[in-house]
Design a protein around this ligand. Structure first.
Ligand code: SF4
Length: 365
């Protein structure tokens, strides 16, 4: 696993697993105990320095300081939507901008996390795809998003769900994603239940198989079409891993024994929203325990793609539901701050407000 050393040779503490940290401090004495203490300080208490870890002996703290640094993302601003959705703009150490979106929905508070700077998948309906891939995010950058946002939430408020659906194709950054997910799921770190963590993918079939072998998280597959030609037209990945290959792999995944796979279906007017599409979708889903998420397209000036009418979405959903397929329509959130699906990467940071300071200034914070 990469350790992302700085020029002074110190390693990125947050990109390492607990075992890797233990191995790095060999010789300090009580490595197991010290490593666990520092790990909890960083992931559970949000420590910014080793100096503040006041229950760790001074000598051991000095060793940590010598060998590691504790990275954070710089928050460049926060955009708040009228519907309660909040978008965070982060700057990485080397100056790239990434985004996370926090979405309140009843008793759920879902965080949509980025896994790459830009994206290589070039789905035609998605603005993030226009950026191309700049670089993969490090494990620390993927895990710092919930850690840093959590620190700004009011007491008693917590992020209940995490979806890897922000900028990037998570499975294209497989090793770093898995390392970060270990941190998400570890009770000594972020402590999310695997039932509450979902990884979205365009269908990188070999990586999907590998992921469900190593981690029990939920899977969401971005389908968006009902024929091979249609899917290839909007998702170049289909030319490498066809829809037939993808659906066959989904049918065989061991995940199906205890979880449903979610299929995301971005509905684009006049392209994939006909009643024939709905009927084909029913057929494609046969034999799988699935949930379909219909996402009416979020229009933007950079695309000519139109959003279907509400009536069309309803009729489409009705065909699926009447055929016994579990299906919901995703409500559009954060449209006024470019935080909706497929819009990340085009925000204007000048309109940011100091969300963290304001939340902390609220009574009871
Ligand atoms: S939809 Fe996802 S995978 Fe496709 S280009 Fe956008 S970010 Fe990348």
């Amino acid at each position: 696993m990469p350790r992302y050393p700085r020029a002074d040779g110190r390693l990125d503490f947050k990109s390492l697993t607990l075992d890797e940290i233990r191995a790095e401090i060999e010789g300090v004495g009580s490595e197991d105990f010290r490593a666990l203490q520092a790990y909890k300080w960083v992931w559970q208490r949000g420590a910014r320095t080793f100096a503040e870890m006041n229950n760790i002996a001074k000598g051991a703290r000095a060793t940590f300081e010598e060998r590691f640094y504790i990275p954070f993302l710089e928050c460049e601003g926060v955009l708040e939507s009228g519907d309660g959705t909040t978008k965070f703009l982060w700057k990485t150490e080397d100056g790239w901008q990434i985004e996370s979106v926090l979405i309140p929905d009843g008793d759920r508070l879902t965080l949509c996390v980025s896994s790459q700077v830009g994206c290589a998948m070039a789905c035609t309906f998605c603005l993030t795809g226009d950026l191309g891939l700049k670089r993969h995010l490090r494990p620390s950058e993927i895990a710092n998003q919930p850690l840093q946002i959590r620190a700004g939430l009011l007491a008693g408020t917590r992020i209940t769900n995490v979806v890897m659906m922000g900028m990037g194709e998570p499975l294209h950054n497989f090793d770093n994603l898995v390392a970060a997910l270990h941190t998400y799921l570890s009770e000594d770190a972020l402590g999310f239940s695997h039932r509450r963590v979902t990884v979205s993918t365009v269908g990188l079939v070999p990586a999907m198989r590998k992921l469900v072998d190593v981690l029990p998280v939920n899977l969401a597959v971005s389908l968006n079409a009902t024929t091979e030609a249609q899917r290839s037209a909007v998702m170049p990945v289909n030319r490498k891993h066809s829809m037939a290959e993808l659906l066959e792999a989904c049918r065989e995944l061991p995940i199906l024994q205890h979880k449903r796979i979610t299929f995301e279906y971005v509905m684009m007017a006049g392209f994939n929203d006909s009643m024939d599409d709905a009927a084909r979708l029913v057929e494609l889903m046969r034999g799988m325990k699935v949930k379909i998420n219909l996402i009416p397209y979020n229009e933007n000036p950079a695309r000519e793609i139109r959003r279907p009418t509400d009536a069309r979405v309803y009729d489409f959903q009705t065909v699926l539901v009447q055929a016994g397929v579990q299906c919901s329509v995703r409500s559009t959130r954060g449209i006024d701050i470019s935080a909706a699906c497929g819009q990340l990467g085009k925000a204007d940071p000048r309109s940011a407000t100091d969300w963290f300071a304001r939340v902390r200034a609220q009574p009871g914070a």
